[in-house]
Write a protein that binds this ligand. Sequence first.
Ligand code: NDP
Length: 327
Amino acid sequence: MSDTIERVKCLIIGSGPAGYTAAIYAARANMKPVLYQGSQPGGQLTTTNEVENFPGYPDGVTGPEMMMQLQKQAERFETDVRNGWITKVDFSGDIHKVWVNDEKEIHCDTVIISTGASAKYLGLDSEQKYLKLGGGVSACAVCDGFFYRNQEVVIVGAGDSACEEAHYLSKLCKKVTMLVRRDEFRASKIMAERVKNTENIEILYNTETDEVLGDGQVVTGVRVFNNQTNEKHEIPATGFFVAIGHKPNTDIFKDYLDLDETGYIINAKPGTSKTNVEGVFVSGDAADHVYRQAITAAGTGCMAALDAERYLAAKDANFEVSTSTYN
Ligand code: NDP
């Protein structure tokens, strides 16, 4: 254990669009934010190839490039961006305590949680290989569907997300094959009916993925098996979408913050970034199971910094509210 305890005005946990946007606003409001990047600096976007739907990039931008630019912008206003993983918190007192890598202890006036969520994957070697290569595996149809216009794709999953994404893809792609591992959907009836009634979506029940096939660079198909008969067959496809759920990265907060049954942080006051603990705010996918977009994460990052600034101003008459954030 380190024996020096650092005191910070605003600690931001996470380095996706939510965390960096919170940092830009907090830094410009004189809150001297310290941002810990976590285990995946840049967040989920660093696993995305091309981002075409973030306003301000008419020619698109790669996920890693966009995250580097966001970091640079946060650092331009003197955000202290650090490597490190927050392993423990104690939000029981007025001062919020966090520990970095189980060692360094920091006392914070405000904390902005931007830890995001992680898409679940099947875990097959071939899936991970093409995911890392950016060669046709994706967990976000809204982000990547456009690249598969008029092509044939496969999507795994049978929940509301899978149905929503399959329907989205059906409007762009020639054909969508949906792999459902049981003989029924988990999704709400209305969402399941919608995919069942879409002409270019073929649903294969009791069907699981055996292997994602490719040429070493990009996906060319998927070998599937029927889990009742063990029969295998190959489906030609250029895209393999995984929609089997997300896991919010909120485990370390569960003793202090209100979470829903999946682990998403519940906003204490809808329409704000406030949690049930005063001075602790949340932004991005850690509290959002509905939109999950870079732009919505960035928007809530801005909200969290403004809420934190107002909280500090109300608490400490000497804290100068910067008008720059409202320009
Ligand atoms: P869910 O947990 O609801 O569904 C996950 C799906 O993935 C299930 O059908 C599950 O199969 C399947 N699955 C899990 N692991 C595997 C695997 N290894 N191989 C194959 N299939 C697998 O997650 P969602 O992301 O769909 O939804 C999360 C929450 O968000 C839900 O409450 C949902 O209602 C909500 N939501 C609402 C929307 C809306 O209303 N517009 C849109 C999107 C989400 P099985 O059924 O066999 O377990």
